[in-house]
Design a protein around this ligand. Structure first.
Ligand code: GNR
Ligand code: NI
Length: 170
């Protein structure tokens, strides 16, 4: 397994729309394993392939206590269940040290392929439902700051530019 570098906002590559996986082969499984290692190392609860600059429809999630129950979502599709929306404080490994409330569907129905290419479906709510929607957005090139006001997004952009200047001094 290998830890992969994570793209950070406002990197334009985060805006790429991911393409479906045709066959879940060893290469895809290696990507899944590398993404899990990357997510656990960064103490995230989810990671989309987009964030590691691989533009395929692959997501890993683990919202369990002790991060012991990895969930693999390949070619995921979800539908909101009911009209209920719930704001939740979100963060993103591609936008470090910034958190904001985002309203999303409280419950969703998910269909995806697992690490063996087997289709499964499940219902999710609360944090897991939020995380599924956050990760799905990444596959569509969407970031949670897109739901904020232009003023707030601008502030995040400035903060990130400052961070990147400090990381790589001229
Ligand atoms: O680690 C993460 N925490 C989080 C909290 C609330 C809603 C979504 C998330 S996902 C995020 C990791 C990440 O950036 N995934 O793309
Ligand atoms: Ni994210």
């Amino acid at each position: 397994m290998a830890k992969l570098p994570i793209l950070e906002f406002p990197d334009e590559r985060l805006r790429t729309i991911a393409t479906p996986v045709e066959t879940v082969d060893d290469e895809v499984r290696r990507l899944v394993d590398d993404m899990l290692e990357t997510m656990y190392d960064a103490s995230g609860i989810g990671l989309a392939a987009t964030q590691v600059d691989v533009h395929r429809r692959v997501i890993v999630i683990d919202v369990s206590d002790g991060q012991s129950r990895p969930l693999v979502l390949i070619n995921p599709q979800f539908t909101p269940l009911g009209e209920e929306r719930e704001p939740m404080q979100e963060g993103c490994l591609s936008i470090p040290e910034y958190y904001a409330e985002v309203p999303r569907a409280l419950r969703v129905h998910l269909e995806a392929l697992d690490r063996d290419g087997q289709p499964y479906e499940m219902e999710a709510e609360g944090l897991l439902a939020h995380c599924i929607q956050h990760e799905y957005d990444h596959l569509e090139g969407v970031l949670f700051v897109d739901y904020l006001s232009a003023l707030k997004r601008d502030r995040v952009m400035k903060k990130m530019h400052k961070r990147h200047r400090q990381m790589q001094p001229a």
